[in-house]
Design a protein. Sequence first.
Length: 403
Amino acid sequence: MGYQPSPRILENYAMVLVNFALGGGKGLKKGEVVYLQSPTSALPLYTAIRKAIISAGGHMINGLYDDTSGLAKYFYAQATDEQLGKFFPMYFRGLVDEADHRIAILAKHDTHELDKADPKKIILAQKSTKLLMDWFTHKENAGRYTWTIALYGTPSMAKEAGLGEAEYWEQIVRTCYLDRPDPVTEWKRISRRLQKISTTLSDLKIERLHVRGPDADLWLKIGPNRRWLGGGGRNIPSFEVFTSPDWRGSEGWIRFNQPLYYYGPTVKGIELHFKNGRVVKSSAQQNHKLLQEMLATDKGAAQIGEFSLTDKRLSHITKFMAETLYDENLGGQYGNTHIAVGRSYLDTYAGDAGKLKAPSAKGLGFNNSAVHTDMISTADRTVTAFLSDGGQKVIYKKGQFKL
């Protein structure tokens, strides 16, 4: 039997997710409903979270699924296009209506299960869920739904990261404060610091950003009525501060030194070139075909939906984890920069996102897509802000905010 975290660690983990991360940092309220998604390989954490929901007086919708029998590989090998694209509107509409919150546990029994899967089939299945995502997003923007994501380490994931199981879990435990007497208090402290940085950036009234480094020369237009966000429990862990720029102002190029795992097979060595807001040239040293398929998912898949920075002084993640949730928050020598192509976060709108209709969002340059694909670099970069009053300010250098 491999490494397994202690009951106390799992209880603390569940407490952070239920009593802090949900509700935007306020925790679960009595009588609220949580949709709990988890693979069976994360069953110990699933069990601990379920107990925490019960203790908090909440209700749970079960989303436990098997990831240990090779069913995902079989599905993508044998399913027809009709099966891949099948959507159940009445079922999912009911799920959205009932759920006040969602907790998703990320875990992989076999990180290479989908290495030989057809990229077109993976993207087709992804596209079939767009309406569900739109429904949840609308409810979130109206202030009636929150979500969080957490990681459960498996032997396969640790091996992929080049770490032992105990070493892999050491990153999770330390990063999420699970060895502290009161991890919820620690997360509230970090959340306040991130929110302070976000407010400072929002108050700067930035018009454009220039991201410059050995692997980037990229211009981004922030756009009107934008704000920066950070903290609040949306991901555990999360040390990033981010916004959704006006995709139409993206110009230049950027390279990513961290691999992309989101669609099954690993994509490495990604480089993107933007012109008039869209990716006009892409390359990857490994699985370029999958990258191309992802960028062609729909019109918005080749346009920027998010720009994010992580200050190395805040992040406790010191090792590559082969999982975007952690790798997009990696500290290290130069912090972390990542962008996402695809769907924007409408809650970065400075007004009432719940009243922001699709035509208005489009007019403001918020991107719409069935995908949201984070691409990560830990290379040295300097980010300069060009302000509405004509001034300039370096806001990020050597992995730190300069505010």
